[in-house]
Write a protein that binds this ligand. Structure first.
Ligand SMILES: [Zn+2]
Length: 290
């Protein structure tokens, strides 16, 4: 492959300073005082174990807290979120990344797909927020990976592996909703990689993973801004220190817990997105919606 000759002003072009694509200053800031109060007094309602190399679903009413917890050993999880009454409103990893950056932590929100684009959940506590960004550029809880899946495995290594997160999420969603596997698969989407430590290599820009710093007892608390159906896969990569998409790594369960805060005073569910939905096409009144 031959590379094009750089122009005379190549260095000057590279030296142009970047600007943030989506400054989030315009977003209403999350009321962290409210979330801290909610966390301080809440009662456990439900628990759900996610077995290793499997996924499980749990419903989280709006105003409740979903805790995703490491138990037994270091393990990463792949999380899908849906509006409980409408599977077409689902977590939008790409837009969440554009708004909050490559990795989520306390105060960041998980946004839903178009035409909704509203906060589904807010990260209100993260016992790994001390990690920051390491010298490799790695950090925890990414929204850059997609989910391990059997199609990419087949493309790269010719395998037929059935316990990738994509398949685990598909089976768990089908079991929870009664949809066929084929119909459920169409709803599975790019995930929040809970506890996974990832980044991009500086020299080639490739997606990398490294052993997760998570230890039993660590957890991530998500406040449900709307009624949610959460599906979590305990990734076959275990702590993702070496490989995924196989049975080689040591894997551990994950725990999902749902808590009900004693008081929601001061909290309001998110408003519908204000875009008019016309895409510039005028519909005369009386002819129905779009
Ligand atoms: Zn996975």
């Amino acid at each position: 492959m031959t590379r094009s000759d750089p122009p005379e002003d190549a260095d000057a072009r590279r030296a142009v300073a970047p600007v943030i694509c989506y400054p989030v200053d315009a977003l209403p800031p999350p009321d962290m005082d409210f979330y801290e109060r909610a966390r301080a007094d809440m009662e456990l309602q439900q628990t759900q174990i996610v077995p290793p190399r499997e996924a499980a679903a749990i419903r989280v009413p709006a105003g409740h807290v979903l805790r995703l917890k490491s138990v037994d050993g270091p393990q990463v999880g792949d999380l899908n979120l849906f509006a409980d009454d409408d599977l077409s409103e689902r977590f939008y990893s790409g837009k969440t990344r554009a708004l909050h950056g490559t990795h989520l932590s306390t105060g960041d929100r998980m946004w839903s797909s178009f035409p909704h684009l509203r906060p589904m959940a807010t990260v209100i506590h993260d016992t790994l927020d001390w990690y920051g960004i390491d010298t490799f550029g790695g950090s925890v809880h990414d929204v850059i990976g997609t989910r391990c899946d059997p199609y990419t495995g087949n493309l790269l290594s010719g395998t037929q592996y059935h316990h990738c997160c994509h398949s685990n999420l598909t089976r768990a969603l089908a079991a929870e909703t009664g949809l066929s596997l084929k119909d459920a698969e169409a709803h599975v989407h790019d995930v929040l990689n809970v506890f996974m430590c990832t980044g991009f290599t500086r020299d080639t820009g490739q997606y990398f993973m490294k052993a997760s710093p998570v230890r039993p007892g660590d957890y991530l608390d998500l406040f449900a801004e709307i009624d949610l159906l959460a599906v979590l896969s305990a990734c076959p990569g275990g702590d993702c220190s070496a490989e995924h998409s196989s049975d080689a790594a040591a894997c551990y369960p994950l725990l999902m817990e749902v808590f009900r805060p004693a008081s929601l005073a001061g909290w309001e569910p998110p408003a519908k997105n204000g875009y008019d939905g016309s895409h510039g096409v005028h519909v005369p009144s009386g002819e129905g919606g779009l």
